[in-house]
Design a protein around this ligand. Structure first.
Ligand SMILES: [Zn+2]
Length: 174
């Protein structure tokens, strides 16, 4: 199935191609200090494909803290955080915010808590390589926005990597 999501104003939108038609979608309420304040609840599937469309990169704020190994992509217009990315060995991985999903019945979400605050950086990166979405494309600009004309600059730390699937499902732990 294709899962759609976006921030509130639509500046950051994504399509997540999830193999098959999952009865349950994992939803991890992350216990890190950022996610607690934001109510961040995340999902990923290492066998899924994520296509992100950013209309105006100037309106995306990249937020890093702690180990600075994960980038929270915050829409600076509406404040929603639709995705988090991490770059490991020149490969981009991502998780998406279940609160930003548009077409998923909430009863499908299998909610759990996840706390990785005590996890060492090496273990953290290995876990993300296993569990996060490994096929991530981020495009900037594109189809007419409901706001101002799109710009085609890619200046906010967004990347376009290749694919490399792995197994598992966990949370963020920035
Ligand atoms: Zn927005």
């Amino acid at each position: 199935m294709v899962i759609n999501g976006k921030c509130h104003c639509g500046n950051i939108a994504f399509e997540l191609e999830w193999k098959g038609d999952p009865v349950e979608i994992p939803a991890r309420a992350c216990g890190c200090s950022f996610c607690v304040k934001h109510g961040g609840v995340w999902t990923s599937n290492p066998h899924s494909r994520l296509a992100v469309r950013v209309r105006d990169a100037a309106l995306v704020s990249s937020y890093l803290f702690g180990t600075r190994s994960a980038t929270f992509h915050v829409c600076s217009r509406c404040g929603v955080v639709p995705l988090v990315t991490t770059e490991i060995e020149n490969h981009l991985y991502a998780v998406v915010n279940v609160n930003a999903l548009e077409n998923v019945d909430p009863s499908r979400l299998r909610r759990a808590t996840a706390d990785f605050e005590s996890e060492a950086l090496e273990a953290r990166l290995a876990r993300r390589q296993r569990n996060w979405i490994a096929d991530v494309r981020i495009a900037v600009g594109g189809p007419a926005a409901d706001t101002s004309p799109a710009t085609l600059t890619s200046s906010s730390g967004l990347n376009e990597p290749a694919s490399h699937p792995h197994l598992g499902r966990r949370g963020i732990g920035a």
